[in-house]
Design a protein around this ligand. Structure first.
Ligand code: NDP
Ligand code: 2IT
Length: 451
């Protein structure tokens, strides 16, 4: 069958998805990315077509929408929306983060839940896919306001989740503080101390390395990609976006492996430090973002360099780009600029940070492109390891967890190579991750009948 016929099939499939899920543009984008890789594969494996696996996999098993009322510090009543998308449980309990950000809506959470299904499958661990969150904005809120919001959020969510049913974790706007408040309220309502959330504090059931895992895994994945060309992270100049959980530990690991990180950003702009963000500077950034909850612009007052308001880091010359902020933060023009400046590795810490046109630029330039569902899977993989430790009522050492994480990232890389290697030897990680993530879920769905 020709690529023209495949394109037509994708178009027809997408027309139905768009009609059934109007206005959910990020969800359409995530589905189209996966389906465009899968259509040729499914043509060769008609059993998936006959069982309507694609039609089923784009429909969430369950969507929960709820009201989250809470009282702010002035005594005023506030109301937010709460969501949990239980996308697919074919290979394990629903698993995936919670995002608290004012832009959160159903389409964004469905895209994230959909990505999560294939990502979790790639980790090799038994986890289904889910995602949730709220349009609540933690910025500028006091700790007590965040606590009251989290308690109200969990007062509804608790009846839908559980350690064998659905296990939420963090994402944008949800870190250790929020997971603590959510866990406390779940425990109080159920009168059970269980592994119902991951990303917990180390003293109360958390796993060592979970905070580090997404960023560390993202750099391990970049290193694996570089190895296929006889190269390594050592000596590479890196552009990182974001300055939250993923960006911080991505910077830590890249620097630890001998690379130089020259940028970090937030939603207001980015900082450029040509000398590199070393260990001492990074410790200060962790304090700035996690304790003071300040803005990245404050960096230049302390360490120099430049702050570029309203801009993203992709115009800075680098070898390796590590997008670690949010969806669609690298567009076609950014991708072209990166490549013309010599960038030849993109390893995505964020979910879907590159637009479809940017991905086309990476693939046609044949650079090393690690898509989010493979490159950032280390976070949820280590959540899976946290679940295992909770079930065992045991905890592994830092070294044990890190070595398991490292092995998982190597395995994910190998799966991408298996399904993504093209005739000329180019490794299409985009295709490899989509097909590699799909097969296990599809086989489980076939075995479990029409459910
Ligand atoms: P954090 O909330 O810790 O940090 C988010 C960072 O991204 C902040 O610097 C934030 O800036 C910036 N950001 C958020 N929204 C935007 C926006 N619309 N435009 C520009 N910058 C923005 O979140 P994480 O580090 O946990 O998450 C970052 C990305 O990684 C997300 O895409 C998430 O889905 C993904 N991810 C996270 C995992 C995890 O384990 N935490 C696992 C896998 C993927 P500001 O402070 O201005 O909002
Ligand atoms: O996007 C992601 O993989 C996450 N936010 C982490 C999910 C998890 O359950 O650890």
């Amino acid at each position: 069958m020709t690529s023209h016929v495949f394109k037509q099939q994708v178009k027809e499939f997408m027309a139905k998805v768009i009609a059934r899920n109007p206005g959910e543009v990020e969800f359409h984008q995530a589905v189209e990315e996966v389906v465009s890789s899968l259509v040729p594969y499914i043509e060769e494996h008609p059993k998936y077509k006959e069982a309507k696996i694609l039609e089923r996999v784009v429909e969430p098993e369950r969507v929960i929408l709820f009201r989250v009322p809470w009282v702010d510090d002035k005594g005023e009543i506030q109301v937010n929306k709460g969501y949990r998308i239980e996308m697919n449980s074919a290979i394990g309990p629903y698993k995936g983060g919670l995002r608290f950000h004012p832009t959160v809506n159903l389409g964004i959470l469905k895209f994230l839940a959909f990505e999560q299904v294939f990502k979790n499958s790639l980790t090799t661990l038994p986890m289904g896919g889910g995602k949730g969150g709220s349009d609540f904005d933690p910025k500028g809120k006091s700790d007590m306001e965040v606590m009251r919001f989290c308690q109200s959020f969990m007062t509804e969510l608790f009846r839908h989740i559980g350690p064998d049913t659905d296990v939420p974790a963090g994402d944008i706007g949800v870190g250790g503080r929020e997971i603590g408040f959510l866990f406390g309220q779940y425990k109080r309502l159920r009168n059970e101390f269980t592994g119902v959330l991951t990303g917990k504090g180390i003293e109360w059931g958390g796993s060592l390395i979970r905070p580090e895992a997404t960023g560390y895994g993202q750099v391990y994945f970049a290193e694996e990609m570089l190895k296929t060309r006889g190269d390594s992270m050592k000596g590479k100049t890196c552009a990182v976006s974001g300055s939250g959980n993923v960006a911080q530990f991505c910077t830590e690991k890249a620097t630890g492996m001998g690379a130089k990180v020259v940028t970090l950003s937030d939603s207001n702009g980015f900082i450029y430090d040509p000398a590199g963000i070393d260990k001492e500077k990074l410790e200060w950034i962790k304090w700035l973002k996690n304790v003071k909850r300040g803005r990245i612009s404050e960096y230049t007052g302390k360490f120099g360099g430049e702050y570029l308001e309203g801009k993203r880091p992709w115009g800075i010359k680098c070898d390796v780009a590590l997008p670690s902020a949010t969806q669609n933060e690298v567009n076609e023009e950014d991708a072209k600029t990166l490549i013309s400046n010599g960038c030849f590795v993109v390893s995505e810490g964020a979910n879907m940070p590159s637009t479809p046109a940017a991905i086309d630029v990476y693939l046609s330039s044949k650079i090393l492109y690690g898509p989010g569902k493979a490159a950032n899977a280390g976070g949820v993989a280590t959540s899976g390891l946290e679940m295992s430790q909770n079930s065992l009522r045991y905890s592994w050492s830092r070294e044990e967890v890190d070595s398991k994480l490292h092995n998982i990232m190597k395995n994910i890389h190998a799966v991408c190579v298996k399904f993504g290697k093209e005739e000329d030897g180019f490794i299409n990680y985009f295709k490899g991750a989509n097909i590699g993530g799909f097969v296990k879920v599809a086989e489980a769905m076939l075995a479990q009948g029409v459910v």
